[in-house]
Design a binder for this molecule. Structure first.
Ligand SMILES: N[C@@H](CCC(=O)N[C@@H](CS)C(=O)NCC(=O)O)C(=O)O
Length: 211
């Protein structure tokens, strides 16, 4: 399998964690999201993903999958061990709720495209952009903090897609110096997950394209 990735992309980070948890080998194809105006816009990559974003998982049979949540659920369906979602439908919905708060409500507002729009079109200065970035993480984390049940992972003893979404998002929060004192549960969940080798192997600074 080939994973089109960028070391700093938190959506790609999620899929790297899932691939490592499943014990699957993959080749990383780096798409630099800022060099040359963003190599995601190059025609060769647009032919792979018309949305011009990472991650993309290219399977050995030629199929190409987009969107980190869809990729993780595909991996979970085809390689069920270890499971990334609980069996109970209510618990599955709770886990997906936390994953989606991060992947659908926090992350899109802090993505490369919207930040470039704030900077280049709306002429926001760097401190306004930082404030925007922090604001959306804090707003989302307030909900996540109330919804998780650390034990030690977000929903008990087993890692789920909630943990897989939390770890990259907290890495972004730290990179942008978001104060995390108000989120002891999220910080504890991150600490428990990052002790695991699959999470470690997926770290941005350990990727072949890390800078
Ligand atoms: N919802 C998508 C988000 C994918 C996404 O936005 N990836 C970012 C990097 S984290 C990207 O490629 N951005 C490029 C751009 O905005 O131009 C997912 O979960 O896979």
């Amino acid at each position: 399998m080939k994973l089109y990735s960028y070391f700093r992309s938190s959506a790609a980070y999620r899929t790297r964690i899932a691939l490592h948890l499943k014990g699957l080998e993959f080749e990383t194809v780096s798409i630099h999201l800022t060099s040359d105006g963003g190599r995601q816009h190059a025609p060769e990559f647009r032919a792979v993903n018309p949305q011009k974003r990472v991650p993309v998982l290219a399977l050995n049979n030629g199929e190409v999958l987009l969107q980190s949540l869809a990729i993780m659920e595909y991996l979970d369906e085809v390689y069920p061990d270890p499971p990334l979602l609980p069996k109970d439908p209510i618990e599955r919905a709770r886990v997906r709720s936390v994953a989606q708060i991060i992947a659908c409500d926090i992350h899109p507002l802090n993505n490369v495209g919207p930040l470039n729009y704030l900077r280049n079109t709306l002429k926001a200065d760097q401190s306004a952009i930082q404030e925007w970035y922090r604001h959306w993480i804090i707003t989302g984390f307030e909900a996540v903090e109330e919804l998780i049940r650390p034990g030690p992972h977000a929903f008990g003893p087993h890692v789920t897609v909630a943990d897989i979404c939390i770890v990259p998002q907290i890495a972004n929060a730290r990179r942008f110096k978001v104060p995390l004192e108000r989120f002891p549960g999220i910080v504890a969940v991150d600490a428990a997950a990052t002790k695991l080798s699959a999470f470690d192997a997926a770290r941005p600074d350990l990727q072949p394209d890390a800078e």
